[in-house]
Design a protein around this ligand. Structure first.
Ligand SMILES: [Zn+2]
Length: 150
């Protein structure tokens, strides 16, 4: 049976590849996404994955794309939910966090991705909304930017 066979790993060279089904985890923009029931050869030594057929490879990459899209939608929805909890309009949020006047409209539609620091700051404010007042009072004024340019 194929399950008891071992194959040499093309990545690390040990003869420790076994056939089976596993959950494969991939890091996607700081989040771990898990693809369940991936069929193929797995290296017990270095973790390398090899596919038996082109179809199983394609199926895996299709699942990855679907999960990435779900993760993007989840992040966009989370950002919108936090902004609403902070009682900020999209425009006010953009004034505070930068990125241009339409930044939050674009983030929440999934048209563009916010920077990791923007996401982290939003999450921080979600847990400590009292810090929003402080952030607003230290917001750079137009005059400051002009003064710096001189
Ligand atoms: Zn290996």
């Amino acid at each position: 049976m194929a399950q008891t066979e071992k194959r040499q790993c093309s990545s690390c060279g040990t003869a420790g590849m076994v056939y089976g089904h596993r959950t494969i985890e991939r890091n996607f923009e700081g989040t771990v996404i898990a693809v369940p029931e991936v069929e193929g050869w797995f290296c017990t030594s270095c973790g390398e994955l090899e596919f038996e057929t082109k179809e199983s490879a394609e199926r895996f990459f299709e699942q990855v794309v679907v999960l990435q899209q779900q993760e993007r939608s989840r992040q966009a929805a989370e950002l919108q939910a936090i902004r609403k909890r902070l009682k900020l309009t999209q425009r006010q949020a953009a004034e505070l966090f930068g990125g241009g006047a339409n930044a939050f409209s674009e983030y929440e539609r999934g048209a563009t991705r916010p920077s990791r620091s923007t996401v982290m700051l939003m999450q921080l404010l979600d847990h400590h909304p009292e810090l929003l007042q402080e952030l607003r009072s230290t917001k750079p004024q137009r005059g400051d930017a002009e003064a710096r340019r001189r």
